[in-house]
Write a protein that binds this ligand. Structure first.
Ligand SMILES: *Cc1c(COP(=O)(O)O)cnc(C)c1O
Length: 401
């Protein structure tokens, strides 16, 4: 079937909760994808940073196939031989004590909320059902009802209430507002080190160092949602390292499964994750041996291929090239490593038409929040491929009216 027919099919039979660019991806390898007509495109979105290792990394696929030939699912009613090694590896990478595996990012965020609430009631002495979690304006932590309950984005919430109580949002980067929001019932402060969905937004310098202090002084769990920024995307293993801050809990997902299978995890101290007892929380597929095996390989690929360093070096190289573009549309450039946003001017009529023009030149990316073009290629990208991207971006930004 050709692209046109395939798009018509999903338009006719699918709910319209997305507005994809008009391209069908039928095959993929590394940084490249192909449509059914055989046209090639370079993937500069990486499925929102779930493909840090590139499409179908050979080692990950080999591990997947091998594990598929052994055992795929046991449920947590029984042990399996991949879960323990995965937990050991991910806790070492995070420098923490324990991990709890789930499947999607939003599920891991829900798990984090349950963990810090129970910690609050059983360890901090917060009166039952009074726990408060502080989050930031323009946050993105997923799409479940409790998670959208603390979104500040109308489009994510309208018509989906009633919502889960127990959350307060304060302006991102405003340390005074944060301090005012803290009460004796605050159990956690949760944020993204860089807000990806909000348009690659970094808080004011020194903000997360201050958050760390507020957490230490008030016995609050500092939670970093590194689902998008973690695992090398910003040029460090975790984006919080740029600020010299170690949170009390990491939430991971996306690239943890190398774009092959969904797997997510909450990683924290024994003090916090140790609060769960059997039967209180779970997931049928969470911790399944197929996903654990894939995640082990996904992490080892990051390490063995120095993808964190590549993200750092090529991110700088890419950013320096972008700075040379002379375009009336560019308001500013922001980001770290290979997470880069080009912020367009109000007068430029939105980022989407630029993404469409880039698609027509063989480069795939996606607008975020109307006026930001986000670039997040797989971390395996080469310098030559960045040059290839750059010439197309320059052409579009300098020549599209
Ligand atoms: C993508 C994302 C999520 C949600 O992950 P899903 O797997 O889509 O549920 C949560 N937090 C951040 C920061 C994300 O980028």
């Amino acid at each position: 079937m050709n692209s046109e027919k395939l798009i018509a099919l999903s338009d006719k039979y699918g709910a319209k909760n997305y507005l994809p660019l008009p391209i069908v991806i039928a095959e993929a390898e590394g940084v490249w994808v192909k449509d059914p007509e055989g046209n090639k495109y370079l993937d500069c979105l990486s499925s929102y940073s779930a493909l840090n290792q590139g499409h179908r990394h050979k080692r990950v696929i080999d591990a997947l196939v091998d594990q598929a030939g052994r055992c795929t699912l046991t449920s947590r009613a029984f042990h399996n031989d991949q879960l323990g090694p995965f937990l050991k590896l991910i806790t070492e990478v995070c420098g923490m004590d324990m991990a709890l595996p789930m499947n999607t990012g939003a599920e891991a965020v829900e798990t984090a909320i349950k963990a810090v609430r129970k910690w609050g009631y059983t360890k901090k002495g917060v009166p039952l059902d009074q726990a408060e979690i502080i989050v930031f304006d323009d946050n993105f932590h997923g799409r479940t009802v409790s998670v959208i309950s603390f979104s500040t984005e109308d489009a994510y919430k309208k018509y989906f209430g009633p919502f889960t109580p127990g959350f307060k949002a304060v302006p991102y980067g405003d340390i005074e507002a944060l301090k005012k929001a803290v009460t004796k019932n605050t159990v956690a402060i949760m944020g993204e080190p860089i807000q990806g969905e909000a348009g690659v937004v970094e808080p004011a310098a020194g903000f997360y160092q201050e958050v760390r202090k507020v957490c230490d002084e008030n016995n609050i769990v500092m939670v970093a949602d590194e689902i998008q920024t973690g695992l090398g995307r910003t040029g460090k293993m975790f984006c919080m390292e740029h600020y010299g801050v170690k949170p009390d809990m990491y939430i991971l997902g996306k690239a943890l499964g190398a774009g092959v299978l969904p797997i997510s995890a909450v990683v924290s101290s024994e003090e916090v994750l140790g609060v769960f007892t059997p039967g209180e929380h779970g997931s049928t597929f969470g911790g399944n041996p197929l996903a654990c095996r894939v995640a082990i390989e996904a992490i080892e690929v990051l390490r063995d291929e120095n993808l964190v360093a590549n993200s750092c070096d090529l991110g700088k190289y890419f950013m320096d090239l972008l700075k040379t573009i002379d375009s009336p549309h560019i308001e500013s450039l922001r980001g770290r490593g290979l997470l880069i946003g080009i912020v367009l001017k109000e007068s430029s009529n939105g980022a989407r038409r630029f993404c469409e023009a880039l698609k027509d030149r063989g480069l795939l990316c996606k607008e975020t929040h109307d006026h930001v073009i986000r670039f997040a290629p797989p971390l395996i990208i080469t310098k030559e491929e960045i040059d290839w991207c750059f010439s197309r971006i320059k052409d579009v930004l300098e020549n599209v009216e």
